[in-house]
Design a protein. Structure first.
Length: 172
């Protein structure tokens, strides 16, 4: 009797699960992601994030000519030394922090669907040579920007998966 009660309880709990794949055909998230337009970039790091987001949301097809959703994107990047030792010889550790603020809204009525902030830190080793330092910082910014785009894309997919599916209109 106890096994039967336990079995019925387990079945009842599993019946209430609403877990589904984020990019499933039923949710229509993939086509919705491809209908996003992104705001123009103001600097190089923001352009890397924007380009990566366009690639990730459209599957490499480019930005849509008739967007249904719009993302206002603001990205900042800052480099700092981890150790402040002027007498050190060799490589010095450093970090690049890239932060992105975004607002997803529906184009048709301007309703804001999601507002968020994501931050990524990329660590690097900095040489005493000026060009090597500039290149290391730029590479770290690129790594952080691409990772930031992945996180923002996941947030956008979650927000768009909650959007109702458009109902087909039947015509005679």
């Amino acid at each position: 009797m106890l096994k039967l009660a336990f079995g019925l309880t387990a079945v009842a709990m599993l019946a209430g699960c609403q877990v589904r794949p984020l990019y499933s055909e039923a949710s229509g998230t993939g086509p919705k992601l491809a209908e996003i337009a992104f705001s123009p970039a103001d600097d190089r790091v923001e352009q890397v994030v924007r380009n990566q987001l366009i690639f990730l949301t459209s599957g490499g097809a480019g930005e849509t000519p008739a967007p249904q959703y719009e993302v206002a994107l603001q990205v900042t990047a800052a480099y700092s030394d981890i150790l402040d030792d002027e007498d050190a010889v060799g490589l010095q550790p450093g970090r690049v922090n890239v932060s992105g603020n975004y607002t997803l809204s529906r184009v048709s009525d301007g309703e804001v669907l999601k507002v968020g902030t994501r931050r990524i830190t990329s660590l690097l080793d900095v040489s005493r040579q000026e060009f090597a330092e500039l290149r290391a910082v730029r590479d770290a910014e690129d790594r952080a920007a691409k990772e930031l785009a992945e996180l923002i894309r996941a947030d956008l997919a979650i927000a768009l998966s909650r959007e109702p599916q458009p109902q087909p209109t039947w015509q005679k």
